[in-house]
Design a protein around this ligand. Structure first.
Ligand code: ATP
Length: 366
């Protein structure tokens, strides 16, 4: 097993398209790293640079102890010598070849003897549960099976690193859930260092040991899913991974006696020595951390935000997505009970889950 280390990687296309901006990313040996970000923000470029399909403009790429790319030192090891398996968005299976030959292709390219090819292809097909498809053509397979063939082809060379570019985007929602579980399981079983890129937060939250969030080619945050979700470094990350209510306002008071005041909402903040009087801020609270109640509740972990009027209440399978209007602010909440449109409810925020961002930098303050 090997680690992958991108050191100070910059990629500029043409004169001034900065696809990657001084990226520092270490993927530990055996780790499942999910790189995410909106479309056009550098994810594929990062993957292609690791694979050797693209040369960085500056910086270093390490795979294990080998420096595989460094423009300053004039080093560039081509893809075929990097021992990497790659799964592309469209899976890129050869339509005119049977599944067996699709999987065998990388081995034949390497000139591996027939008997050994047979053994390896059958071995990896077994691991991926596609043995019965080996004699079929890709078009005779379901989307989920085609994806497994693409993964088998990437893994058959026993690469040190597995790279996956949006591998679930061609699958419908239900199969996607199964395919994710499958990929996670295989990765764990084989313990292969993996980098998967996606724009879908659900992929990242369910698969990753750690998530790296890219914005305009620059890393915003790297951390385990729960950390990125609960402690996003800035408004962009908070918004991109999951939903969040954001309210502009100002801090009144300081330290342990500080209030947030904005959008008609005034709440006492949990004791916090970093709160500064008159600082312009953005308050962030996720819908599931908003509690709606007909009764008055008293709990140290609940901050009373005021009375709201229910505008929308949608059943979403076992829960309700509710929109309440609190003075001039619309707040989304997830509720286990249903409310009537127009009903007046008490609105509480979970004190432990409140996030306060600086208005100017949009970075998390506390
Ligand atoms: P998507 O999710 O849509 O695939 P992405 O996050 O993977 O997007 P990249 O494909 O890495 O983004 O592109 C990052 C930036 O680099 C974009 O502005 C893109 O237009 C630009 N870019 C990528 N490849 C090239 C290229 N070969 N020549 C010029 N510009 C490129």
């Amino acid at each position: 097993m090997v680690r992958v280390y991108l050191h100070d990687i910059t990629k500029i296309f043409g004169k001034n398209v900065v696809a990657l901006d001084r990226v520092e990313l270490e993927v530990k040996s055996g780790e499942f790293m999910v790189v995410m970000g909106p479309s056009g923000h550098g994810k594929t470029t990062l993957l292609r640079i690791v694979a050797g399909l693209e040369e960085p403009t500056d910086g270093e790429v390490w795979i294990g102890d080998i420096l595989v790319a460094s423009p300053r030192r004039g080093i560039f090891i081509p893809p075929k010598d990097r021992n990497i398996g790659m799964v592309f968005q469209n899976w890129a299976l050869y339509p005119h070849m049977k599944v067996f030959d699709n999987i065998a292709f990388p081995l034949k390219l390497k000139g591996i003897p027939k008997g050994e090819v047979e053994k390896k292809v059958r071995g990896i097909a077994e691991v991926l549960g596609i043995t019965e498809t080996l004699d079929r053509y890709p078009r005779q397979l379901s989307g989920g099976q085609q994806q497994r063939v693409a993964i088998a082809r990437a893994l058959v060379k026993e690469p040190h690193v597995l790279l996956m570019d949006e591998p679930f985007s061609n699958l419908d929602t239900r199969i996607r859930v199964m395919a994710r579980a499958f990929v996670k399981d295989i990765q764990r079983k084989l313990g292969i260092t993996t980098i998967l890129v996606t724009h879908d937060p659900a992929d990242a939250l369910t698969l990753a040991d750690r998530i790296a969030v890219l914005r305009r080619g620059a890393i915003q945050q790297i951390g385990p899913p729960n950390e990125v979700y609960d402690r996003p470094t800035n408004v962009f990350v908070a918004n991109f991974i999951g939903e969040v209510n954001l309210v502009d306002g100002v801090i009144i008071g300081k330290g342990n006696e500080a209030y947030f005041d904005g959008g008609g909402i005034k709440i006492q903040l949990p004791p916090n020595s970093n709160a500064i009087n008159a600082q312009n801020v953005i308050l962030g609270i996720r819908p599931e951390d908003v509690l709606l109640s007909r009764e008055t509740l008293s709990d140290n972990d609940l901050l009373y935000a005021g009375k709201g009027i229910v505008e929308i209440s949608e059943f979403a399978g076992g829960k309700f997505n509710v929109m309440v209007k609190l003075q001039s602010t619309e707040v989304k909440a997830v509720s286990s009970v249903s409310f009537g449109i127009g009903e007046i409810v008490n609105v509480y925020f979970n004190a432990r889950k409140i996030k306060v961002f600086d208005k100017k930098t949009e970075n998390l303050l506390y």
